[in-house]
Ligand binder design. Structure first.
Ligand code: IDP
Ligand code: MG
Length: 139
């Protein structure tokens, strides 16, 4: 079993796609272990995206993720990191396959609707940024 962090980004919340995104994971058989709505502040955004510090799109990335409420969730299942990434589709929605979340609901790389951790270690780090241990349930 693995756990991964999923965010419905501000444009996904604004467009009413939370249920669609959550429903896809639930119907796949993944389990929700924590979920909350919050507005990300600059400090959290910079910690979350620390691997991208110095890149040309970093300022826009922080500006976007802090621009409105997001929904953060911890999703659990076999190979959850990979399964979620596959269900999200490519980072650039123009390259994302139809049937994936980004391939069905996005066209702009900067506003690609969802975030999912890219590995087991980054998932642990990211989950701890958004959730205290007591906010997560176990099976
Ligand atoms: P990921 O979200 O698929 O893991 P990352 O490479 O970790 O992709 O990038 C984090 C986020 O930064 C992406 O989801 C996307 O919104 C944004 N991003 C990545 N590369 C670019 C780019 O070249 N231009 C603009 N935004 C980008
Ligand atoms: Mg990433």
């Amino acid at each position: 079993m693995e756990r991964t962090l999923v965010l419905v980004k501000p444009n996904g919340v604004e467009r009413g796609l939370v249920g669609e995104v959550v429903g896809r994971f639930e119907r796949r058989g993944l389990r929700l272990r924590g979920m909350k709505m919050l507005v990300v502040d600059r400090a959290l955004a910079e910690r979350h995206y620390e691997e991208h510090v110095g890149k040309g799109f970093f300022a826009d990335l922080v500006s976007f993720i802090t621009s409105g409420p997001i929904v953060a969730m911890v999703v659990e299942g076999p190979s959850a990191v990979k399964v979620v990434r596959d269900m999200m589709g490519a980072t650039d929605p123009v390259d994302a396959m139809p049937g994936t979340i980004r391939g069905d609901f996005a066209l702009d790389i900067g506003e690609n609707v969802v975030h999912g951790s890219d590995g087991v270690e980054s998932a642990k780090r990211e989950i701890s940024l958004y959730f205290a241990p007591g906010e997560l349930v176990s099976a």
